[in-house]
Design a protein around this ligand. Sequence first.
Ligand code: NAD
Length: 262
Amino acid sequence: MRNLNGKTAVVTGSTSGIGLACARAFAGAGANIVLNGMGPHADIENERIRIERDFAVGAIYSPADMSKAGEVAELVALAERSFGSVDILVNNAGIQHVSPIEDFPAEKWDAVIAINLSAAFYAIRAAVPGMKKRGWGRIINTASAHSIVASPFKSAYVAAKHGVAGLTKTVALELARSKITCNCISPGYVWTPLVEKQIPNTMAARRMRRDEVINDVLLAAQPTKEFVTVEQVASLALFLCSDEAAQITGANLSMDGGWTAA
Ligand code: NAD
């Protein structure tokens, strides 16, 4: 189904994991894509070319650092200059840091809040005027089960994701009459570089082995005992862009194997 033909999707943090899967899902539905995030230039360029080739859409890349308001505004301006609009905005860039509160470095706190929460504010602020002008828009924020429940040693991440849920509801109310929806998706554990990178810190904070972290912390949180997949998250994001989802706004949609139900 090419129901996003002619639309443009900006997906922040789309050089790997959930963001890349969302970018490919939107491209599959016909949208032009703006990729963003960090990583080796050659890998990103390969993904960009693969999207153009596999789906016959336009795809560009912006290296904007999402923690910097000016770079985020430039990212949105670049998308509008290149494709004429930003119709879909997925605020997905994220980092995590795991540490006991008394040792939590202030610069890690600031970075986690900036990239997970402030970045979404900067991008929404920049993209909304164009969406209002065109009378259509979909804003999707990747929150987390940690927007609903906490885990020890993730103070900044839990605070940031609770903030994302609050920002989502507020923006949804402000834009309710503008045919622009704003929702967040809250995945449970998805096996991506973000999770993998924090395994050593989690082992240290919990005094556990790697297999214990995976089985007794990550998988134990989810009653299904399975990781969520990036494709599953992307298909929910795609659904939120459909006409059928036009009345879903201000929602925090869990996809967490039953974690927050438990
Ligand atoms: P990931 O590490 O694969 O993706 C994170 C993306 O953010 C990458 O593209 C990275 O380059 C980008 N990024 C990091 N700092 C950036 C910055 N300053 N500016 C621009 N881009 C930046 O991990 P993921 O799991 O796919 O994470 C995507 C989102 O999903 C995050 O918001 C994360 O909090 C959320 N999430 C992940 C899980 C999980 O278990 N993996 C669960 C719930 C929510």
